[in-house]
Write a protein that binds this ligand. Structure first.
Ligand code: SAM
Length: 423
C-alpha cells in the first residue's frame, strides 16, 4: 500500500484547498471558494482538544496541513511544543468555550477528541452533564461561530461509552447538533490494537457536508460497526446519517508488546527493586500467579503488562490486585490519576522475574508515535500519551475516509462546475 508523505501529494490537491458553505449544501449545491493566498497543496484542518497533537501527526502523514489548534492544558501544550516546535504559530491555549469561531481560519476539517472523563465506563458517567465532556458544546459553539465558513468535514473521537451515555441520549444530541449545523453523520469504531500492540477501542464520528451517492442504506453489523452501533443507527432514524462503505481495517498489529520495548540493561534504574517486584507478585490472584509462574519457568524471556485494580474480596474487603495481561497486547494507556493508571511491565524467564513501569518511549510507540520528541518529565508524558489518540488509526481514517470524500468534491461534475466558476 502506498502512503504518500506530506510532500508527495496526490493530484487532487494541486489546485489548493476549497471551502464549502452549509446554506448552499442545503439547497443541493456546493459553492466553493479558494483560500486566499493559500500556497499549500493539501487541505487544512483545525484540531480542537489538541492535547499533545497526535491527531495532527496522523493527519499530516496523509497530506493534511494544520491551521489551528486549541487546548486548555499548559502541560499538554508544553509537550506539543517540545515535539512540533511551532505552537506559537497556531496553538490557542484556553477553554474551548471561549474560542471565537469567527476568528478561526478557513479549514476543510475540524477535529475534536473531547474529554472522555464523563463518558467512560470507569467514571461516574455524568455524560454531557459533567464538566469535562460537556466541552463538546464549546466545540459546537465554535463551529457555529464560523458561520458559513464552517468546514466541510468534522471528526470526533471518544470512548465507546459515548454511545451508551445516558442510554444513548448524549450521543443522539451530539449527532443532532451536527445535523443542525449541516453535517450528515457517520460513526464507526476502530481499536488501536489493529495498528499497534495496545487495546484501545474508540468511537469515531465523521460529519460531512459532501453528498455521498454511494452511502449505505443502513449500518450492517461489521467489525467497525458492531451490533451496539449498528442497532443505534437503526433505532435513530431521525438522525441524518450518511454511512460510508469502508474497507476492513487490518486484522491486528504487526508488532507485539515485545517488539516495542526498550532494551534496558538489568541494572537500569527503571527496574524495580526485588522487594517492590515481589510485592507486585504477591498482588496477583492465584490464577494470575499460576500464569506468572509459567512465564518464570520458561527458558526464554516473555513479557506481560500489569494494571493494579481494586477488587472486592470474598470477605467483603477491598484489595489492590495486580492483573496480568499476556496476549502480547498492552492494556489501554490511561492518565495516571491517583497512581493506579500507570501500566507495569512484567518480564519473566530463566527462573526469575522483574518489573518496571512502561517507559514514556514505550507509551509513544503504543500510540504509533514512535518518533515523538519527549521533551517533558516522565509523569507529564504519561498524562500526554494516556489521553491521546492512536496515530495510525487517524491516518487510516484520513486515507480511507477523509481524503476520498474530499477528493470526490473535485471529481463531481456538478460541483466542479461551481468550483470552475469561482476560480
Ligand atoms: C482526550 S484528550 C485529547 C488528546 C489529543 N487528541 C491528543 O492526541 O493528545 C482531551 C483534551 O481536551 C482538553 N480539554 C479539556 N477540557 C477542555 C476545554 N474546556 N477546553 C479546551 N480543551 C479542553 C484536555 O486538556 C485534553 O488535552
Amino acid at each position: 500500500m502506498h502512503h504518500p508523505a506530506s510532500t508527495d501529494r496526490s493530484p487532487e490537491w494541486e489546485h489548493g484547498a476549497w471551502i464549502g458553505y452549509p446554506a448552499a449544501v442545503k439547497n443541493g449545491q456546493l459553492p466553493l471558494r479558494r483560500t486566499k493566498g493559500h500556497e499549500r497543496k493539501g487541505p487544512r484542518f483545525a484540531e480542537f482538544f489538541a492535547g499533545i497533537g497526535l491527531v495532527r501527526m496522523g493527519l499530516e502523514a496523509r497530506g493534511w496541513n494544520l491551521a489551528y489548534a486549541n487546548d486548555l492544558d499548559p502541560e499538554k501544550r508544553a509537550m506539543y511544543e517540545a515535539h512540533f516546535g511551532d505552537a506559537d504559530e497556531h496553538f490557542e491555549l484556553g477553554d474551548v468555550h471561549r474560542v471565537d469561531g469567527s476568528a478561526l481560519p478557513d479549514v476543510e476539517l475540524a477535529t475534536a477528541s473531547f474529554p472522555c472523563t464523563d463518558l467512560s465506563l470507569a467514571g461516574a458517567r455524568l455524560g454531557f452533564k459533567g464538566e469535562h465532556s460537556s466541552a463538546f458544546w464549546g466545540f459546537i459553539s465554535a463551529l457555529r461561530g464560523m458561520g458559513p465558513r464552517r468546514p466541510l468535514l468534522v471528526m470526533l473521537e471518544n470512548v465507546v461509552g459515548f454511545l451508551t451515555s445516558h442510554e444513548g441520549s448524549d450521543f443522539q444530541s451530539a449527532m443532532e447538533a451536527l445535523n443542525e449545523l449541516g453535517y450528515s453523520v457517520d460513526a464507526f469504531i476502530l481499536d488501536a490494537r489493529w495498528f499497534v500492540p495496545q487495546s484501545r477501542p474508540r468511537l469515531f464520528v465523521v460529519g460531512s457536508m459532501i453528498p455521498d451517492a454511494d452511502a449505505l442504506e443502513s449500518a450492517p453489523e461489521s467489525r467497525i460497526r458492531p451490533k451496539l452501533l449498528s442497532r443505534f443507527v437503526a433505532s435513530h432514524s431521525g438522525i441524518r446519517w450518511q454511512l460510508r462503505s469502508l474497507p476492513d481495517p487490518p486484522k491486528q498489529s504487526e508488532r507485539l508488546l515485545a517488539d516495542i520495548l526498550e532494551n534496558l540493561p538489568d541494572n537500569a534504574p527503571a527496574w524495580w527493586s526485588g522487594v517492590r517486584a515481589n510485592y507486585l507478585y504477591n498482588q496477583f490472584s492465584d490464577r494470575h500467579r499460576t500464569t506468572a509462574d509459567a512465564m518464570i519457568a520458561k527458558r526464554r524471556w516473555s513479557y506481560a503488562t500489569v494494571f493494579r485494580r481494586v477488587r472486592m474480596q470474598a470477605n467483603g474487603e477491598k484489595r489492590s490486585m495486580g492483573e496480568l495481561r499476556t496476549d502480547g497486547i498492552a492494556g489501554c494507556l490511561r492518565t495516571p490519576k491517583g497512581g493506579s493508571g500507570r501500566q507495569i511491565l512484567f518480564k519473566a524467564g530463566y527462573g526469575r522475574f522483574a518489573a518496571r513501569l512502561l517507559t514514556p518511549r514505550e507509551c509513544a510507540r503504543l500510540m504509533g508515535a514512535d518518533e515523538f520528541i519527549i521533551g517533558v518529565p516522565a509523569n507529564q508524558a504519561y498524562f500526554g500519551f494516556g489521553d491521546a489518540v492512536c496515530v495510525p488509526a487517524i491516518s487510516w481514517i484520513a486515507e480511507h475516509y477523509l481524503n476520498p470524500v474530499l477528493a470526490s468534491v473535485r471529481s463531481n461534475a456538478c460541483l466542479t462546475a461551481v468550483v470552475g466558476d469561482r476560480r
